[in-house]
Design a protein around this ligand. Structure first.
Ligand code: ADP
Ligand code: MG
Length: 729
C-alpha cells in the first residue's frame, strides 16, 4: 500500500530554500514600478488631462468620457512598455477575493493585421458576463447584465502581462454588487459629515480622509502536505486532526526567529509588494506555530483595501513558488490561535490633523474629544451592525474562542481616556466649558498629549480598542474583505457626526456659545454610551453576562447576526448617508445567508466523504490486523494465557468499533439534516437550519475521528497530522 502521507513528509524534509530574486537596488528605486501612479501619469498624460484626473481623485469631480480616452492612451503606452499585452477590470464581487477577465489589447487594423488598442470606453466601463456572481436576486440570471466602472482613485497596476484597472461592479439598474462601491460611498459620507464638524474648530478643513492600516495574519503549510489534506484544499481548514503534543504552549513562536524557508518567502513577497506600491512594513511570527503576520503603513481606506486584496493574491503566487500554501481561514487548526486582520482606523484632515490623536493645543484637544466621543456613540448605537459586518461562517470559529475577541462588540479606551471622559461627564457647567484660547484652559484637556505618550495599558482582548491615535477593530477575520467592516464603521460614524452637528447647531441657535454647546452634547453622549465601554477581560464569562445586562448585542448565531443589517435603524443609517438602499441591504443579506449555507454545506460534504472513505476504511483495516493477531494468539496459547496477551488488542478492537459506529451514525444523521435543510427555499431559514441542525455534527464526528487518529497505526493513517502540518523545517 503506497502511503501518501509518508511520501509527502519525506519530500518536505528534503526541500531546499528557494532562491529569491531580490534586486541590488534600494527599495525606493523600484517601489511602485508596476503602478500607473502620479509620477507615471505626469509622464504619460498631457498637463490638462493630468490635472483633471487629479481633480477626480482628490476632489471627487466627475471625469469626462473624453478624458478617459486620453488616460486610456497614456495607460496603454505605459503598460505596453512594461510588458503588458492584456488588460482587465479588477473588482471585488461579494464572494471571497477579487475577479478579473483578461482581454488582449489587440484589434483588427482593417488591413488584414492587428493593432494594439485600448479605448477610453474600455477603460471607463465593461460589461462582464456577470450572471455567475452573487447578486442576492437583484440581477436575474436571464438579465445577466452588470457593469464594472473605473475607480480613478485607485491606480491601475500590472500583474505579469496584464494591466489591472480597479473598478466598481454594479447591476444594470445601478445597485452595487461589490464591496468597493459602498466603501467609496461611506468614505465620502464620513468625509462630508466630518468636515462639517471640523469647521467648528478650523475653518480651513476641506476634506477628511478615513485611513486604514490592516494587519494580515496567515498560516503557511507545506504544499505537499496540503495536497494530501482534501479538507484544507476544499474548505480552507482542517475538519479533523488531533492536537499536536506540542503546539503553542511554550509560546516560543511569537516574535521568534523566522524559519529560513519562510523568510525567503517573506523577502520575495515584500519585493513583489513594493513593485505594486503596497507599503508592507512589518513582518513577524505570530503566536501559533506556522502563523505569521504582515502589515503595511496605513493608507486611505479604499487604496489600503485594494492593497490588502492585491497582497492576498500576490501572497498565494509567491507561496506557490516556495512550495507553501497560504491559509487565510480564520481557524485552520483546532486548539491553537486563529487568524484575524486587525483594522486600524482613523480620520485625518487635509490640513494634516489626526482627528483621533490628541492635539497640541486645547482647541485641537476639544476636537479630538469630540471625534472620540462621537465614534464611541456610533459604535454603541450600532454594535449589532458592526458585529454583523465582521461575521461569517469562518470567523465564527474564531470569535469567542480563547484568543479572539468574543462575539460582543465593546470599546477599550484605556485608563487615561476613560478618566478624562468621566471627568468631562462629571464637570458641571462652566469650568469644563472654559477651554477657549490659551488661558482658562482646563488642566485635564491640556494633559492629554502627555498622558497618551505612555499609553501602555494595551488590552488585547477588546474587539475595538483605542490605541493612542487610532481605533483598532480587531474582530475582523483574516479572510474578510476589510471593506465590509470599514463601510459599516464609516457609515455609522458619518451618521453620528451629522446628528451631533444638528444637535450642536440647535443649541447655538437657541443662544449657547459654540464650545458650551459642544460640551453639553458631548457630556450627554458620554453618559448615554457608557454601556459600550469595557476595559476588563473580554474573554471572561462574567463579561458575557455583564454585556447582556448592559443591553449589548450578544447573539452568536451568524445567520441571526446578519439581521442587524435590516433593523429599522440600520436601514435608516444606510439610506440617509446614501451608502446602501434598502433594496441593496436586502439583496446583500440574501448573499450573506447563501454563502453561509454553502460554506457549511461544503464542510459537511467533505467531512462525510473523508469519514467514509479515509477514516472508516483505515480504522477497519487496522482493526482487522488486530483481529488477526488475536486469532493467532488464541490458536497458539491456552485460554488463560491468550486472554492475558490479547487483552489489550481486544480493548482496542472494541474502542475502534465504538468510534466507527458513532461516525457512521452521525454521518448518516448529518446527511439527513442536510437534506431537510436543502429543501428550504428562504435563504435565511436555510442558513439557520444549517447553523442549528448541521454545523453541530461537524464537531461531533470530528471528536471520534480524532480519537481514532490516536489509536490507529501511524503508518496506516492517510492524512498528514497536526504535528507534521504545523512545524515547518
Ligand atoms: P501593533 O502594535 O498593533 O501590531 P503596528 O505598529 O504594527 O501595531 O501598526 C498596526 C497598523 O496600524 C499599521 O498598519 C500602522 O500603519 C497602522 N496605523 C498606525 N497609525 C495609524 C493611524 N493613525 N490610522 C490608521 N492606521 C494607523
Ligand atoms: Mg495591532
Amino acid at each position: 500500500m503506497s502511503n501518501l502521507r509518508f511520501h509527502s513528509v519525506k519530500e518536505t524534509l528534503n526541500r531546499k530554500v528557494v532562491d529569491v530574486p531580490v534586486p541590488q537596488k534600494k527599495t525606493s528605486d523600484y517601489f511602485g514600478s508596476y503602478v500607473f501612479d502620479r509620477r507615471q501619469m505626469r509622464k504619460y498624460l498631457s498637463n490638462e488631462t493630468y490635472k483633471l484626473v487629479l481633480n477626480a481623485i482628490d476632489k471627487g469631480e466627475p471625469l469626462d468620457r473624453q478624458i478617459a480616452k486620453h488616460v486610456a492612451a497614456g495607460m496603454r503606452m505605459w503598460a505596453m512598455e512594461n510588458g503588458a499585452t492584456h488588460y482587465t477590470h479588477w473588482f471585488h464581487p461579494l464572494t471571497d477575493g477579487t475577479a478579473e477577465k483578461h482581454d488582449a489589447f489587440i484589434d483588427f487594423d482593417g488591413f488584414g493585421g492587428v493593432i494594439e488598442e485600448f479605448s477610453g470606453k474600455l477603460l471607463a466601463q465593461q460589461e462582464p458576463d456577470a450572471s455567475s456572481f452573487p447578486s442576492g436576486g437583484i440581477r436575474n440570471t436571464f438579465e445577466a447584465r452588470g457593469y464594472t466602472a473605473w475607480d480613478p482613485s485607485s491606480p491601475a497596476f500590472i500583474v505579469d502581462d496584464t494591466l489591472c484597472i480597479p473598478t466598481i461592479f454594479i447591476s444594470y439598474t445601478g445597485e452595487s454588487l461589490d464591496y468597493k462601491l459602498p466603501l467609496l460611498k461611506s468614505i465620502s459620507a464620513v468625509d462630508k459629515a466630518a468636515v462639517e464638524v471640523c469647521r467648528y474648530f478650523d475653518k480651513n478643513v476641506k476634506k477628511v480622509i478615513s485611513y486604514l492600516g490592516w494587519e494580515q495574519e496567515y498560516f503557511l503549510v507545506d504544499q505537499a502536505l496540503y495536497a494530501a489534506r482534501p479538507d484544507l484544499i476544499l474548505t480552507g481548514r482542517t475538519l479533523m486532526g488531533h492536537e499536536s503534543a506540542k503546539n503553542q504552549q511554550l509560546e516560543d513562536h511569537y516574535f521568534g526567529s523566522i524559519p529560513t524557508r519562510v523568510s525567503a518567502f517573506m523577502r520575495e513577497l515584500e519585493y513583489e509588494c513594493y513593485k505594486l506600491s503596497i507599503p508592507v512594513k512589518t513582518r513577524h511570527n505570530e503566536v501559533a506555530p506556522n502563523q505569521f503576520e504582515v502589515a503595511p503603513i496605513f493608507e486611505e481606506c479604499n487604496l489600503a483595501n485594494d492593497h490588502n486584496l492585491l497582497l492576498i493574491s500576490v501572497m498565494q503566487r509567491v507561496a506557490e513558488k516556495h512550495n507553501f500554501e497560504v491559509l487565510l481561514h480564520e481557524k485552520p487548526f483546532k486548539g491553537i490561535n486563529g487568524s484575524g486582520k486587525h483594522n486600524n482606523w482613523s480620520l485625518g484632515t487635509d490640513t494634516g490633523v489626526n482627528l483621533l490623536g490628541p492635539g497640541k493645543n486645547p482647541i485641537e484637544n476639544l476636537q479630538f474629544i469630540t471625534f472620540m466621543v462621537n465614534v464611541l456613540r456610533a459604535v454603541h448605537k450600532n454594535n449589532a451592525l458592526l458585529k454583523a459586518s465582521i461575521s461569517s461562517a469562518t470567523n465564527a470559529h474564531r470569535l469567542g474562542a480563547n484568543e479572539a475577541p468574543p462575539a460582543i462588540i465593546s470599546v477599550f479606551l484605556g485608563s487615561q481616556i476613560s478618566a478624562l471622559l468621566d471627568e468631562i461627564e462629571r464637570g458641571n457647567g462652566t469650568s469644563d466649558i472654559n477651554v477657549k484660547g490659551k488661558t482658562g484652559t482646563r488642566l485635564s484637556l491640556n494633559h492629554i498629549p502627555e498622558i497618551l505618550v505612555d499609553n501602555t495599558d494595551r488590552n488585547r482582548t477588546s474587539p475595538f480598542a483605542f490605541t493612542g491615535n487610532r481605533f483598532e477593530f480587531r474582530a475582523v477575520g483574516s479572510s474578510a474583505n476589510c471593506a465590509s467592516a470599514i463601510t459599516a464603521l464609516n457609515t455609522s460614524v458619518a451618521y453620528q457626526l451629522c446628528e451631533f452637528k444638528r444637535e450642536v447647531d440647535a443649541l447655538i441657535a437657541s443662544g449657547s456659545k459654540k464650545d458650551e454647546a459642544i460640551f453639553t452634547i458631548i457630556r450627554r453622549y458620554i453618559a448615554d454610551s457608557k454601556a459600550i465601554r469595557f476595559d476588563g477581560n473580554g474573554y471572561s464569562d462574567e463579561w458575557k453576562q455583564e454585556a447582556a445586562k448592559r443591553g449589548l448585542d450578544c447573539e452568536t448565531c451568524v445567520p441571526v447576526i446578519y439581521d442587524a443589517y435590516l433593523s429599522e435603524s440600520s436601514i435608516k443609517l444606510f439610506k440617509e448617508t446614501e451608502v446602501l438602499s434598502e433594496r441593496e441591504l436586502h439583496a446583500r443579506n440574501e448573499v450573506k445567508w447563501e454563502i453561509y449555507t454553502k460554506k457549511i454545506q461544503i464542510e459537511a460534504r467533505v467531512l462525510g466523504d473523508l469519514a467514509m472513505n479515509h477514516i472508516i476504511p483505515v480504522a477497519t483495516r487496522y482493526q482487522g490486523l488486530l483481529l488477526d493477531n488475536v486469532y493467532k494468539i488464541q490458536k497458539l496459547y491456552n485460554e488463560e494465557k491468550a486472554r492475558k496477551i490479547a487483552g489489550q488488542d481486544l480493548e482496542i478492537i472494541e474502542e475502534i468499533a465504538d468510534h466507527i459506529n458513532y461516525i457512521k451514525i452521525k454521518t448518516d444523521e448529518m446527511v439527513e439534516a442536510r437534506k431537510t435543510a436543502n429543501i428550504i427555499e428562504n435563504e435565511r431559514e436555510k442558513a439557520l437550519a444549517y447553523s442549528q441542525n448541521v454545523a453541530g455534527y461537524l464537531d461531533e464526528i470530528r471528536y471520534h475521528i480524532d480519537k481514532l487518529e490516536l489509536i490507529v497505526d501511524n503508518e496506516m493513517w492517510t492524512l498528514p497530522k497536526y504535528r507534521e502540518l504545523l512545524f515547518i523545517r
